[in-house]
Design a protein around this ligand. Sequence first.
Ligand SMILES: Cc1ncc(COP(=O)(O)O)c(C=O)c1O
Length: 396
Amino acid sequence: MMQNKEHLISRSVAGITVSAIKDMAMRSAGIKGVASLTWGLPSFQTPAFIRQAVAEVLDTDPDIGKYTLPDGLPELRRLVAEKHLQETGIEVDPDKQVMIHAGNMQGLSTLIRVITDPGDEIIVTDPGFASHFHQVHLYRGTPVCWPMDESLGWKLDVDALAGLITARTKAIILVTPSNPTGTIFTETELRAIGRIALDHDLLILLDDPYSKFTYGNKDRFFNLASVPELADNIAYCFTFSKAYAMSGWRLSYTILPEFLKCEVLKVHDARIICAPRISQVAGIAALAGGTAHLKEFEDILARRRDLICRRLDSVPHLFEYVEPEGAYYVFPRLLVKHESSYDFAIELLAKAKVAVTPGSAFGPSGEHHVRMAYCVEEDVINTAFDRIEALYPCGR
Ligand SMILES: Cc1ncc(COP(=O)(O)O)c(C=O)c1O
């Protein structure tokens, strides 16, 4: 009989579970023929110009197998600063304000570790990205839920924000377009959030995987990192995972106020020393190579978004949903009889070989919803819905 080893595990780790997104992905990986809408893993291959540049460097650069400086290759940081200037109009110092990370998950986890003492509070949208909740819990902080209003298209209630702030509040995490709802927060909302953050001297952690996927809503997107007054109160985190189809390379960057980069360096070095050099070289190729591939990615994703919305429209007895404005998720409410979104997801996987993520993973407001990722091939979307329709025929 296995001895109980619970006493060896820290309470903060024992107190969380593996993210439901990865849990469903792992459960479904062993199921032959599964149609998976569970993980936001784009079907795209890393663009050829990036892969080719890396292949060349592998043969020619004698340093390719070596560590880089903890904050990343100087050339990559320089290109990042250039990109940031182009996108936001804000000039940053590549040495003092740019950090290269192994993905936004690692960058944010580091930032949250840097700012959180046990009992500190971090405001997260509800629904919000499942892993943000976990990261705050891991450092014995408290995620404070800021509900979004589904009846108003998953809008944020900016007037409610100040009421959530206490003496323990350290930061607000924002993702726009949102994962899991696809909502793009408006400039007015974001500027108001920025003012509140300044009034209370809080940090805004802006997690940006999806700003390149806004389809016909480009005009609605606003990057809060472009507000000069917020420079000392914002950490902007951009990942190559989605916009460059580089999720497996594990590469991202953060733009930080100087006082924060000094602290981030300590945690980053203690954990991983540096992001993998080969991925940083890929990042240099990505930023030097331009964004022509993005149009193709977006066109394909726009077609998949139309398809999934059409398929949802054809099963109004099962789901009710807000049309997503950006990113590549839709977050329908379950109308079919169920106990919890988790039970529904498990039943759907077992009976129909369709994987979705239970909405409860994204906060209390996510219960009775599921998240569907439409970054997969059209075939997968169609197979998933054919099976859902067969399992829950109209009138059942
Ligand atoms: C909101 C959000 N943040 C971070 C990540 C992870 O990003 P990365 O691959 O850069 O760690 C994801 C991935 O789905 C995400 O949706």
